[in-house]
Design a protein around this ligand. Structure first.
Ligand SMILES: Cc1ncc(COP(=O)(O)O)c(C=O)c1O
Length: 457
């Protein structure tokens, strides 16, 4: 039996979890089976069933601490990392990031409520979004949550509210800095085709407009240039651009105290990915902002960043149970699992790659070239495929598969397509597992269905 080289044997970087494929507490037990957070995955599935989302507390905390530590080390002014809750929003996540001293950003009343319920202090929450409802804006203002103005419509409504309550409102604005960013490339453009934020070319008009309002005080700038970014230069450029915008705003009498540079640091989903560390990313932005402020003789603003994926993705895994096999001779063997695009819409939406292993045979002992599988989800959709081709050891119905890097944009983007209930989520730490999201049942899904009276016989 030949043991193949495996990502499970790679050295784990405990300081920057985004550089690993697996949670930092991943180990292989003496029986050769996978465990995370000191918990046997097989035992967890016996207790909580599958599919199952699992979050590793140590990996989560290390990610939060890495951002805090790096900002303290590299940025001499005030700073605040805020967790982009869209990556994975729950009362638990809000509570955990807050316990590590992070703030949080939200884009809906639902995410705001979740943050408040999770104990995030109001003054550490910011509210984004390109189409906030009146109710959402009022909710944020009532709760003293800072609103990031995305467009003229936001501005008009905040102006009205501030006048009607006769109170000054501090606002931030989001702008598109003309940096377009993808995982492996970026371009600088004069303007940027995006639904979010004000075009950088309109900022002077905007600054003038805000300075004519009675009660709106512009205190912060925000930009976000993309996600799953592996290069450092785009954020170096962004730091400089944002400081230049502080200067422009000053010409209209606005005193910018906060710079929010967004999120975007990539993570290692597969062996081909090599993202920078959290420390390198923070250092790049901090150095760029400090240098530009020095050049223009400006006081250092409070530096905020908004990581989502690099906080929670590597901490999360999803466990599936194998059901049906379908061999198409000479073409492929489909192996179907008990979840798919409803618990992880990223492969069908973005053609995203992941790494996976068998829980009972993580090192793929006894793999040979015949053991290439296509892992299909259970949804009634041909594109519901989690892995187009993956090498696994011989496996059979009932075996468990662990997919790594599923902590971000899986649970939060999940759906009930085909009326499939959402999985449970458990937190693991020091050999203990605790439920953080109950499993839905098919009956739960009927809760909001209404049959009008006249259809009832
Ligand atoms: C405004 C904003 N901030 C932060 C983030 C988090 O980005 P990431 O998860 O790549 O760190 C996003 C994600 O797209 C975003 O839209």
């Amino acid at each position: 039996m030949e043991e193949k080289e495996s990502f499970l044997k790679q050295k784990i970087d405990a300081n920057s979890p985004n550089k690993n494929i697996v949670p930092i507490t991943t180990s292989i037990e003496s029986d050769g089976k996978l465990s995370i957070g000191g918990c046997s995955i097989e035992e967890l599935v016996k207790k909580y069933d599958s599919p199952l989302y699992i979050l590793d507390e140590i990996t989560l905390r290390n990610s939060c601490r890495a951002y805090k530590k790096a900002l303290e080390k590299h940025y001499p002014g005030k700073s605040l990392p805020i967790y982009a809750s869209k990556a994975n929003s729950s009362i638990f996540m809000s509570n955990l990031v807050s316990s590590e001293g992070l703030g949080l950003d939200a884009v809906s009343e639902g995410e705001l409520l979740t943050a408040l319920k999770g104990g995030v202090p109001n003054e550490k929450i910011v509210f984004h979004g390109n189409n906030k409802s009146d109710k959402e804006i009022e909710f944020a203002v009532r709760n003293n949550i800072k609103v990031i103005v995305d467009n003229d419509y936001d501005l008009e409504r905040l102006e009205e509210i501030s006048n009607s309550i006769d109170r000054d409102l501090e606002i931030m604005i989001r702008f598109t800095p003309g940096i377009e960013c993808h995982t492996h490339e970026y371009i600088r453009t004069g303007s940027f085709d995006s639904k979010f934020g004000f075009g950088i070319e309109y900022l002077n008009i905007l600054f003038d407009r805000i300075s004519k309002t009675k009660r709106l005080k512009l205190r912060g700038l925000h930009a976000h240039i993309g996600s799953q970014i592996f290069e450092l230069d785009p954020h170096k450029d962004l730091g400089e651009i944002m400081v230049n915008v502080i200067l422009d705003a000053k010409n209209f009498g606005h005193d910018i105290e906060k710079l929010n540079v967004g999120g975007g640091l990539g993570i290692k989903y597969t062996e081909n990915d090599d993202p920078p560390s959290i420390d390198e990313w923070v250092k790049t932005i901090s150095t760029s902002v400090v240098k530009a402020c020095k050049k223009h003789n400006l006081n250092l603003p409070t530096l905020m960043c908004e990581p989502g994926r690099s906080i929670v993705s590597t901490a999360g895994i999803t466990i599936y149970k194998i059901g049906a096999f379908k061999e198409i001779p000479g073409i492929r063997t489909y192996l179907s699992v008990d979840g798919g695009m409803s618990d992880n819409p990223r492969p069908i939406t973005y053609q995203s790659d992941y790494s996976a292993c068998l829980v009972g045979n993580p090192f793929n002992i006894n793999t040979n070239s015949k053991n290439k599988y296509t892992i299909a989800g259970k949804h009634c959709e041909s594109g519901d495929v989690l892995f187009k081709e993956i090498e696994l050891a011989n496996c059979k119905t009932g075996d468990l598969i662990c997919v790594f890097g599923t902590g971000a944009y899986n649970n939060s983007m999940s759906s009930n397509y085909n009326r499939i209930p959402r999985p449970a989520a458990v937190l693991v730490c020091d050999g203990e597992a605790e439920i953080i999201q109950k499993r839905e049942s098919p009956l739960d899904l009927l809760k909001y269905d209404v049959l009008p009276d006249r259809f009832i016989k």
